[in-house]
Ligand binder design. Structure first.
Ligand code: ZN
Length: 193
């Protein structure tokens, strides 16, 4: 993955980009006024960059023969936990990417509550993982591709629409969804061979 920074026109225009396998996954720009103190316009697609990292983790799961799902936990712009799906190699039915990422984040932050943390995951989470995210007090979930069979946010269940939880998590899906879905399709196509 390549990272870069453009600074042009004596500070009038600043852009940043991240390129992964030829695809710009993060780009943003700030346009400053003439004295450079006032930010006139800002647009930064942060979600794509964290999802790109989750995709790298999903690839690690695939290489280990596990269903390729990756997840990262982010707090204040810093990745505090990462994980990929590993129930088979971990002999652990709960070892979904999101659970591993939250465990690592909780250890890193030394707190069983992941307050003010965002969780990025390549595939729409299942009931177990959404439940664990509620326990952890995750602030926001961002997922890549929808999971029509077992997705618990929009596809099969809409757990965050209920009033039975004591914590509701903002969520949105569809971030780099084509790439996230392709990793899954490639994995199962390869398995069927
Ligand atoms: Zn799960």
């Amino acid at each position: 993955m390549d990272y870069g920074l453009w600074i042009m026109d004596y500070g009038l225009w600043i852009g940043i980009f991240v390129i992964d396998t030829g695809m710009i996954v993060l780009s943003g720009h700030y346009i400053l006024n003439l004295n450079g103190t006032q930010k006139v316009s800002a647009r930064l697609n942060i979600d794509n960059s964290y999802m790109a990292r989750a995709l790298e983790l999903a690839q690690q799961a695939a290489e280990a023969g596990e269903v390729p799902v990756g997840a990262v936990v982010v707090k204040d712009g810093e990745v505090v936990g990462e994980g990929f799906n590993q129930p088979i190699s971990g002999t652990d039915p709960t070892a979904h990417a999101e659970i591993i990422a939250m465990r690592n984040a909780a250890i890193f932050l030394n707190n069983y509550r992941l307050t003010d943390c965002d969780l990025y995951v390549t595939i729409e989470p299942c009931t177990m993982c959404v439940g664990a995210m509620v326990h952890a007090r995750i602030k926001r979930i961002v997922f890549g591709a929808a999971e029509p069979r077992a997705g618990a946010l929009q596809s099969q269940l809409q757990l965050m629409d209920g009033d039975y939880y004591n914590h509701i998590i903002d969520w949105h899906g569809g971030v780099l969804s084509d790439h996230c879905g392709a990793v899954m399709r490639d994995f199962f196509r390869e398995k069927r061979k």
